[in-house]
Structures are given as C-alpha cells and as structure tokens.
Design a protein around this ligand. Structure first.
Ligand SMILES: NC(=O)c1ccc[n+]([C@@H]2O[C@H](COP(=O)([O-])OP(=O)(O)OC[C@H]3O[C@@H](n4cnc5c(N)ncnc54)[C@H](OP(=O)(O)O)[C@@H]3O)[C@@H](O)[C@H]2O)c1
Length: 267
C-alpha cells in the first residue's frame, strides 16, 4: 500500500534518508515526492542523485501532499509559513526537542505526528519512536506508521515525554557507538593491527556482539561474565574500563542529552 503524495521540507541528511527508505521499501516512487530545500547546492544534488522535484517554495511543495515530512533543523521551524495546510494533510515532524504543540502553533495545523528516527535508517536499520496528537485520524496514524516503518523498526508511544527519552538514547545513541568504534580502531592500530584490518575487526565485533545480545535471553552482564575468565585478558581490560568510568560516562551522556532535548522544547 502506498503512502500517497509526500512533501519533504528540509532535504538534508534525514530528509534524503526518508526518501531513500520509502522508495527502497516500495512504499513510494520518486514522482510521489516534492522536496522543499533552501540550500541551492543541496537542491541540485537531490535532483541529480535522486531525480527528485526540488524547489524552495513551501506553498508549492505542500500543495496536494497527504503527508508532510518536516526535517529542517529545530532552529529553522520559525522560518516556515503558517496557514498553508488543511485537515486532510498530516505533518510528521522529526525536529529534535520540538513539541507537538510548537509545530501546531507554528503551522496553525492540528494534525501532527512527532517522531524521533536515527541515522541507521540510512541502511534500513533505524529505530523510530513516535507519537501523535489526539486530532490525528486512525487512517493518518496508519499512514505515518507505514512511512516510518520503511526506515526500520518503529514504536508508537502515547506519552510525548517518551520522545525526549528516545532522543537521548536511540536518536543520539549512534554517535556514542561511532565514538566507541573510532576509539577501539585507534587502540587496535596502536598495538600493531593494520588500519584496514582494525576497522573490519572492530565493526564485526560490535555488530556480532549486538546481534548475539539481541538473540540471547541473558542479561548483558551475564554475557560479559562468559568471556571474563579469572585473571584473564578480558578481566584486565574490563578493570580499566571500570576504573576509567565507562559505565558512569554513558549514564551521564544519556542524562545530558535528555536534559538538552527537554531544554530545546522549552521556549
Ligand atoms: N541527524 C540525526 O541523527 C537526527 C535524528 C533524528 C532527528 N533529527 C532531526 O532531523 C532534522 C534534520 O536533521 P539533518 O541532520 O537532516 O539536518 P540537515 O542535514 O542540516 O538538513 C536540514 C535541511 O533543511 C534546510 N532548510 C532549513 N530551513 C528550511 C526552509 N525554511 N525550507 C526549506 N529547507 C530548509 C537546510 O538548509 P540550510 O542548510 O540552508 O539551513 C538543510 O538543508 C533536525 O531537526 C534534527 O533534529 C536528526
């Protein structure tokens, strides 16, 4: 089942990811999209690489669209004109920290879904948490769910506060993992592994460990214990990570990201 005519407002990383995901999943075709992009160079890239219709005119783009995907930076919300939409149109906003109410007020439109996707959506392995205003119809919710599922797994939540929590964990989480990948790769190189081999070794280890943990019923601490023999090599490494506060650093990072998401949504 197709998602219908779609307007993408903000053709950056996340906007382009949405287009790619929907077309790869067969839920939409290139001709179903109209993209509003302010940056001329980016607009041209979207035309050249994805064959998309791109303009900087918001009224033109939203006209006749059933779903409007809002993917500008949070600070650019105020640059969007209001009064352009009617009740049949659904807005899906992915703006980090921006509340449903703020989008509704800016656009003078009640039918709004707020979603928090993440960048693994670029390879269909995203995790999107979303919620909807009470005024969004069942049919529109289904349309939103179908569209978001093209990027990977999706989870509907009724409490909007859960979106700020997801922002701190699944939204920002890939960045934490990328830092870990970078550090582990550098560490491998420092003990003599070639850069190419280190990259592959670290990626496969992280992907493998995550898939193993996902498939196992066991608690992560139990999985760690399985590979930590008394006075062994892993025990020596784990002791350093405990002493250097890896666990505390991650806990504080998530708390800081959560506080920042809440701050962004408090005008
Ligand atoms: N990256 C993530 O992991 C992630 C995850 C979840 C949600 N988000 C949210 O996704 C949104 C987009 O992030 P991104 O990483 O894709 O940003 P991005 O690459 O900077 O894309 C935003 C694009 O929107 C354009 N734009 C700004 N105002 C516009 C307007 N009035 N009309 C048309 N286009 C306009 C920007 O142009 P200019 O460059 O000229 O301003 C830019 O090309 C953000 O709100 C972010 O909070 C991001």
């Amino acid at each position: 089942m197709s998602v219908g005519k779609i307007a993408v407002v903000g053709g950056g990383t996340m906007g382009a990811t949405f287009v790619r995901a929907l077309t790869s999943a067969g839920l939409a075709q290139t001709a179903d999209f109209q993209v509003c992009e302010a940056l001329p160079a980016r607009a041209q890239t979207l035309r050249d690489e994805l064959g998309l219709a791109v303009t900087d005119s918001l009224p033109e783009v939203v006209d006749k669209a059933e779903l409007i995907y809002l993917s500008v930076k949070p600070q650019d919300l105020g640059s969007l004109a209001d009064g352009l939409l009617d009740e049949s149109q659904l807005v899906v906003s992915i703006l980090a920290g921006i509340r449903l109410r703020q989008v509704q007020e800016q656009l003078s439109h009640s039918r709004v879904v707020r979603a928090m996707p993440n960048t693994p959506a670029q390879v269909g392995r995203g995790y999107t948490v979303w919620t909807a205003d009470a005024g969004v119809s069942d049919e529109q919710r289904e349309r939103a769910r179908r569209a978001l599922s093209a990027m990977g797994q999706e989870l509907y939540v009724s409490d909007e506060a859960a979106i700020d929590r997801a922002t701190a964990v699944s939204g920002s989480g890939p960045a934490y993992v990328f830092m870990m990948l970078e550090a582990l790769t550098d560490a491998a190189v420092q003990i003599g592994v070639s850069r190419a081999e280190a990259r592959r070794m670290v990626l496969e280890t992280v992907i493998g460990a995550a898939e193993y943990a996902a498939a196992s019923e066991a608690h992560p601490a139990e999985l760690r214990d399985q590979v930590t023999s008394p006075a062994g090599t892993t025990a020596a490494g784990v002791r350093v990570l405990e002493n250097r506060g890896l666990r505390a650093a991650l806990i504080e990072a998530v708390a800081a990201a959560h506080a920042r998401a809440q701050e962004l949504g408090s005008p």
